[in-house]
Design a protein around this ligand. Structure first.
Ligand SMILES: O=C(CO)[C@H](O)[C@H](O)COP(=O)(O)O
Length: 225
């Protein structure tokens, strides 16, 4: 199976996983990226079985609406039953790097509001130690150079993602060359730099369940394994 087929398999598995949760008042959180796009397309087959969605990006909101799936403002819902999203990397504790699609801040907010976070990823995303994928950091534009200098002090190599503006009107620094031995500490340290909105480490709020697409089928991984 190629990577797209693995993404389709985990997206399909995620729809099956959440189907027992779908009731007339269920709100589903929906992530961003190519794997999440497959999930949206399959979720459309279940529309009418649940209330609606909260999206982690304008792009996902548009895709959901194109299928006729209701999309709510997060402030208009009481809570999110389950959040389904992809990742750029996951370690065995289901701590993630996210934000390859620049949606990390809204993704982190939706994850924080969700009872359960189901990550969907192909096996290329599985690592023992996070950090091969450059860590995205969303930054207030005027603080870009200051934040970059502070990240260098933490041992990283920040690169401005040129031409990208987030849905929140900010910029992205991608931090290269970090083997992230202590994800919780680094998540906090970067978030404490003035001008940082958030970073793409999901360590304080890891996924609860990982549906991992492999050549042998979709594996269900929990961090307690
Ligand atoms: O964090 C994300 C977007 O900000 C995505 O979940 C991540 O980049 C994975 O994307 P894809 O499913 O296309 O591989």
């Amino acid at each position: 199976m190629n990577q797209d087929q693995l993404k389709q398999a985990v997206a399909r598995a995620a729809v099956e996983y959440i189907t027992p949760m779908l009731e007339s008042d269920t709100i589903v959180g929906v992530g961003t990226g190519s794997t999440a796009n497959f999930f949206i397309d399959y979720l459309a087959e279940k529309k009418g079985l649940f209330d609606g969605t909260v999206a982690s990006s304008e792009a996902s909101a548009e895709r959901l609406k194109s299928h006729g799936i209701p999309v709510y403002d997060l402030n208009a819902v009481d809570g999110i039953r389950v959040y389904v999203d992809g990742a750029d990397e996951t370690n065995p504790l289901l701590q993630l790097i996210k934000g390859g699609g620049a949606a990390l801040t809204r993704e982190k907010i939706v994850a924080a509001c969700s009872e359960e976070f189901v990550c969907i990823a192909d096996e290329s995303k599985w690592v023992e130690v996070l950090g091969n994928f450059p860590l995205p950091v969303e930054v207030i534009p005027m603080a870009r150079s200051y934040v970059a200098r502070e990240i260098v002090k933490l041992g990283g190599d920040p690169v401005y993602r040129e031409g990208v503006t987030t849905d929140n009107g900010n910029v992205i620094l991608d931090v290269h060359n970090m083997q992230i031995a202590k994800p919780l500490e680094l998540e906090d340290a970067i978030n404490n730099i003035t001008g940082v909105v958030t970073n793409g480490l999901f360590a304080a709020r890891p996924a609860d369940v990982l549906l991992l697409g492999t050549a042998d089928g979709v594996k269900t991984v929990t961090s307690k394994v």
